[in-house]
Design a protein around this ligand. Structure first.
Ligand SMILES: [Cu+2]
Length: 106
């Protein structure tokens, strides 16, 4: 019973038809101590992070300044603005040093 359906609530569409916020809204999901990150996000896009784990996590840019949010456990969310400069931004969790991800802005 631990397998999730592959696409529970439309964060993976390639711009097919999903309504209002066309290019801006993107989502990162944290579950099982792993980040699930979109392939890329637009510069300055609003990124919503949802934490499905039972431990609190953070999304903290390795460069220490691009973004840094804490995300409460059990479905908590946090929002940050993607960097305005295109590039590849590595990030990590402050609490779990084995958690890493990459945000590609372009
Ligand atoms: Cu963590």
């Amino acid at each position: 019973m631990s397998m999730e359906p592959s696409s529970p609530a439309g964060s993976t569409g390639m711009g097919s038809e999903s309504g209002t916020a066309s290019a801006a809204a993107v989502a990162i999901t944290i579950s099982n101590f792993e980040y699930k990150v979109p392939t890329s996000v637009a510069p300055g896009a609003e990124v919503t992070v949802t934490n499905m784990d039972t431990a609190e996590h953070t999304v903290t840019a390795d460069d220490g300044s691009s973004f840094d949010v804490e995300v409460k456990e059990n479905g908590g969310t946090a929002t940050f603005a993607a960097p305005s400069q295109p590039g590849t931004y590595a990030f990590h969790c402050k609490y779990h040093s084995n958690m890493h991800g990459t945000l590609t802005v372009k």
